[in-house]
Design a binder for this molecule. Structure first.
Ligand code: S3P
Length: 167
């Protein structure tokens, strides 16, 4: 199991799918697993049940996926804020997709479907990057720069780095 972390707009889902395809393994995304489990969108969970409920569901979902799923798992940007989730990541190759403010804002667009970005998207993304980058860095075994790069190139770099990690 390899785990992709990084903020919204880092490209975790897009790149994760490509890495999984290149390795010939399955792909899972924690937001999609949470949505399946809850039977509603992440946005609706935030609005109807609140962020605390979302985080609890997210932790349970990630814990199950790490135990069951054998492939590539992309985590929602805030999943690593939970110390219990962080502890579960230790045995796995964790890949941090680094993105700067400008590219992150470009990729998330107007933030539709991302409840934490409501309001001033640029200011929110900056705040999240500032708060979370040290956490992502502390967990990463592999860090890949994504600014100005295509998903295919980023995925290829990750596959090579994972091969080196296993060697
Ligand atoms: C969040 C990121 C989102 C999703 C939720 C909260 C966050 O996932 O889990 O909206 O706290 O950064 P992506 O990083 O896949 O957009």
């Amino acid at each position: 199991m390899c785990v992709l972390i990084g903020t919204m707009g880092a490209g975790k889902t897009t790149v994760g799918r490509r890495v999984a395809a290149a390795l010939g393994v399955g792909f899972a995304d924690s937001d999609e697993l949470v949505e399946e489990q809850a039977g509603k969108s992440v946005q609706d969970i935030f609005v109807e049940d609140g962020e605390t409920a979302f985080r609890a569901l997210e932790h349970a979902t990630v814990a199950r996926a790490l135990g069951e799923h054998d492939g590539v798992l992309s985590l929602g940007g805030g999943a690593v804020l939970d110390p219990a989730t962080r502890a579960l990541l230790a045995p796995h190759p964790v890949v941090f997709l680094r993105v700067g403010l400008a590219d992150a804002v470009k990729r998330v667009g107007l933030g539709t479907g991302r409840p934490l970005l409501l309001g001033n998207v640029r200011a929110r993304v900056k705040q999240l990057l500032d708060e979370r980058t040290p956490v992502y860095e502390s967990l990463a075994r592999i860090t890949v720069e994504t600014d100005g790069r295509e998903p295919a190139a980023i995925a290829a770099e990750i596959v090579t780095a994972l091969e080196g990690d296993r060697a």
